[in-house]
Structure formats: C-alpha cells, structure tokens
Design a protein around this ligand. Structure first.
Ligand code: 16G
Length: 261
C-alpha cells in the first residue's frame, strides 16, 4: 500500500510510491529530491533507510538505490557512522584577484590559516620560469591550510620570489599574505594568470582537508604579479564538494589567442 509522507513534512498526495511502469527507486528518488530541494535546509539529516522503507512501503534495497543516486548527484552526502545528510551548498568562486581572507569575510565567514611550511628551496623549473629566476636559484616555499568558520577548505602550496619579498618567513604568515605584502613591501598584486583543473585528492591533501583520498578537488594555479613583476606562483587545492567556479563570459577573443579556441 502506498505511503504519503515526505521525510520532514506532512503527507502530500503526490509523494507516494505506486505500482506502475516507473521503477519504485526512481519514484522514491524524485520524492526525496523534492523534499531536499524545497524543504530540507543544507546539512539536515534524512531519515534512516529503515524509516524510509516503512514510510513508503518499499524495500530497503529500493531506498538504498534511490539514496545512492542522490549521493552520486551531489544532493546528499554520507557521513560514516552518522547517517546521510543534505549536501552543504557549494561556495561560488568568482575569478577575481582576491585573497582568501577577503573572499571569506565577504561571505560573512571567519578565515583562519595554519602555516605548515615556510623555507628557502630551489623551485621546479616551471616555477623558476614563471617567477623569472635563474635555474636552481632558491625561492621561498610556503604551505598553508585555510579554514572558514573552522572548516578546512583549501591547501595552498606556493613559491615566492626571494628578491620581491625578502624576509618572507619573518612575516605573520597566519594572516592575509596579500595584506602583509602590501604593508611590508608595498606590493599590490594587480595581475594574475590562473588555470583551474580537477584532481583526485592524494592522501596528504585528503588528511589536511578532512576528506577521503580520491575525493575530487579543484586545483587553481595562480601566477601573480605586481606592476608587471612576478611575485607568487601559488597552487591552491580547494575541496570540490564545497566550491563551484563562476565565470563571466563574453564574445571577445583576446588578441593573443589569435581567435583559436
Ligand atoms: C587565494 C589565492 C592564492 C593567494 C591567497 C592569498 C585562489 C585560487 N588562490 O587563496 O593564490 O595566495 O588567496 O590569501 O584564489 P591571503 O591574503 O588571505 O593570505
């Protein structure tokens, strides 16, 4: 016999699983989708498999299949040992030359930074090229973990030009680096070339971000300069489940691309 109760709300006539051509797991999936999108705030627990099976008079296998699909779609997330929750909405990342600190404050979140490493080392040739350094000339390597409201969101591993920012290790690297560069060196990063790619988290990055190895990450590599002089070559690993990137597009093709895609 069909049941008519959605997870967090009273009965509604459309929310029932019936016999018919549409498989029951697909019907249940749509019922749950509606409840998630309309009624359940991000981060809410959904009822257990057993409760859903009872409410909708379907097998637990059917419930598992419906939930599995919604997890795949990113509407639900499973927390091991805790249950299944509606997914936290992703933060929209606009492509501006903005510091992590400013970006989080703009969203009303409190940024925090842990310094994981700062030292002087020879960067890989690609970075030496980007920063305009001689081969094997040392640069400052900086590794930091960034949090917003206590939640780890990004790991940043970057290189800094030693002559543009002499004494970088002596700065307060747990606060905004862009602010520090402005205060101590009068450097205001005004241009950056940024690329984005996806990557599966390796074990170390997964550990730092509190996710599982293999989980998706958005990886940004940013080479920033001030008045035409390169200063940083920074790669940031952002949690793929917390971010999405928005781009403003128009029809103008930059001249340097010569009209090629
Ligand atoms: C952002 C930048 C990063 C920069 C940092 C400075 C991206 C993808 N990355 O995380 O390159 O070093 O901001 O932030 O946007 P801060 O001034 O708060 O230290």
């Amino acid at each position: 016999m069909p049941q008519t109760v959605t997870p967090a709300t009273p009965a509604s006539t459309t929310d029932r699983v019936v016999d018919g051509p549409t498989p029951k797991h697909a019907q249940l999936r749509e019922i749950l989708r509606r409840a998630i999108e309309r009624e359940l705030p991000p981060g809410s627990p959904i009822p257990s498999e057993r409760d859903l099976a009872e409410r909708y008079q379907v097998s637990r296998l059917t419930v598992r299949s419906a939930i599995g699909k919604l997890v795949e779609e990113g509407l639900l997330t499973r927390a091991r040992g805790k249950g299944t929750f509606t997914a936290t909405r992703r933060m929209e990342l606009q492509l501006y030359l903005m510091s992590f600190t400013d970006d989080m404050r703009r969203r009303g979140l409190t940024p925090a930074t842990e310094l994981l490493h700062c030292g002087s080392e020879a960067p890989p040739p690609e970075t030496a090229g980007a920063l305009g350094l001689a081969p094997r000339q040392p640069a400052y390597r900086l590794v930091r973990r960034r949090r917003a409201d206590g939640v780890p969101l990004a790991v940043e591993r970057g290189w800094y030009h030693p002559r543009r920012v002499p004494g970088l290790p002596d700065l307060d690297l747990t606060s905004s680096l862009y602010d520090q560069l402005a205060q101590h060196y009068d450097l205001r990063l005004d241009h950056a070339r940024q690329t984005v790619r996806s990557e599966a988290a390796d074990r170390e990055t997964a550990r730092l971000l509190g996710i599982r190895a293999g989980d998706p990450l958005l990886v940004f590599r940013r080479v920033s300069s001030a008045s035409g002089v390169p200063v940083e070559d920074m790669t940031s690993w952002y949690r793929g489940d917390r971010y999405e990137v928005t781009m403003q597009l128009d029809r103008t093709v930059p001249a340097e691309h010569g009209g090629n895609p």
